[in-house]
Design a protein around this ligand. Structure first.
Ligand code: ATP
Ligand code: MG
Length: 397
């Protein structure tokens, strides 16, 4: 067992010694069986939340109405959720009602895919009610129960399917895939933020190519935010471009997306807003994409282009490397490193200096002069020394 389980074992023992059942469940069990590192350990139990709270000194009600209590132990937090069933999904996203139950099988039944419906006892024994182990071995994503019904209950599961296919490199089983095709339109009901989380994970998956092809083939792409629905062929081209490449950060992944979609600056910003990205990400991606568009339009870039993209250059270069043949990445990196200045604060003269020397008066002219000095220095047309810049400023005036 991985360390994360070992340190959580005393919690399972405390619960079972009190006469309840407790299991490790969810992604950590799946990933351990796949030999992958795990992040968080989820525990499922027959004990009701009040019963859990009576057993442990320190707990936090992180989601008690859904049965989740966080147990604090040796500085670690363990999410413990009472076995439950869900019913009612009138809105295709959240159950109208959750009911706590004492039976593990009821809890495993409500989970999305067979590989996510495995439970593990403290001794490592696996409870496998839906042949999830076979699917895990064969690399198959299969809905638990009737796929169409399951996607009706919660349409996000369809995005989770294509996300897991990208992360794990798994095939979506035929009936499950068929159900995604017929129910894909329900994805439009899901909050953009949640779809975004799944799509971002897909892009960063080790087999993003597979995930994107499933995303296109199932028709899910027609029901996500922004203009993706108009770009089926670009999605397939993007998948092809990711053949032997792995995207490594959200910023890089979304820069890749907007550049594949061929979006201009205004369209890029509107697109990222529609996906409810943070202002920070929008700024970085827009900046990197501007550089990419300039390079693609001209196959050369100026010092000013390099200076303007600044620290986001590495993202722009990494995305260009994915799609451009014989892309001169080293040359551009060297050109950036060789820029006379990387920031306007590095100019050898300031507005204060220009006023003190009586070259420029405070006022609107100042911004103009400083901008011209900045451009001159970046272009290598002016030497970044106080005397030289004073002389240049006097000429501009
Ligand atoms: P990750 O590695 O991304 O955390 P995960 O499988 O652990 O993957 P979580 O969102 O953390 O995903 O969910 C934990 C478990 O809860 C899942 O393994 C699955 O059993 C269940 N689950 C999560 N979301 C859903 C859903 N929308 N429908 C049904 N079951 C779900
Ligand atoms: Mg998880």
């Amino acid at each position: 067992l991985p360390d994360e389980f070992i340190t959580a074992l005393p919690i399972l023992t405390t619960i079972t010694n009190a006469g309840y059942e407790a299991y490790f469940v969810g992604g950590s069990v799946r990933d351990t069986l796949l030999g992958k590192p795990i992040h968080d350990v989820d525990i499922a139990t027959s004990a009701y939340p009040a019963e859990i709270k009576a057993l442990f000194k320190k707990t936090v009600d992180t989601g008690i109405e859904h049965g989740t209590v966080m147990i604090l132990d040796h500085g670690e937090g363990y999410e413990t959720t009472t076995f439950r069933t869900e019913s009612g999904y009138t809105d295709f996203r959240r159950p109208d009602e959750v009911t706590f139950v004492r039976d593990l099988s009821e809890d495993l039944k409500r989970r999305d895919f067979t590989i996510n419906a495995l439970a593990m006892r403290g001794n490592g024994e696996i409870v496998d009610l839906f042949a999830g182990l076979t699917d895990l071995q064969q690399g198959i994503l299969r809905a638990v129960g009737d796929p169409k019904e399951r996607f009706h209950e919660d349409a996000l599961r369809m995005m989770r399917a294509v996300r897991f296919s990208a992360q794990l490199g798994f095939t979506i089983e035929a009936n499950t895939q068929q159900a995604i095709k017929s129910e894909a339109h329900l994805l439009a009901k899901i909050a953009v933020e949640r779809t975004n989380v799944e799509f971002s994970k897909l892009l960063l998956g080790k087999d993003a190519q597979r995930g994107l092809l499933e995303f296109a083939e199932t028709g899910l792409y027609q029901y996500v935010p922004g203009v993706i629905s108009e770009h089926e062929l670009d999605i397939i081209a993007a998948a092809t471009a990711l053949e032997n490449v792995r995207l490594t950060s959200d910023e890089q992944a979304w820069t890749f997306v907007v550049s594949q979609l061929g979006l201009d600056e205004a369209a890029t910003m509107a697109f990222l807003k529609a996906w409810k990205h943070s202002n920070d990400l929008i700024k970085t991606v827009t900046n990197a994409n501007r550089f990419i568009r300039t390079y693609k339009a001209q196959a050369v870039v100026t010092n000013w282009d390099l200076y303007s993209v600044g620290a986001d250059l590495s993202i722009a270069l990494s995305v260009l490397q994915i799609t451009q043949v014989d892309f001169p990445v080293d040359q551009l990196q060297q050109a950036y490193a060789a820029l006379p200045i990387k920031d306007k604060h590095e100019l050898a003269i300031s507005g204060q200096d220009l006023i003190k020397r009586g070259v420029v008066k405070p006022g609107p002219m100042m911004g103009k002069v400083l901008a011209q000095l900045e451009q001159g220095v970046v272009a290598g047309e002016m030497v970044n020394e106080p005397a030289a810049l004073l002389a240049q400023a006097a000429k501009i005036i």
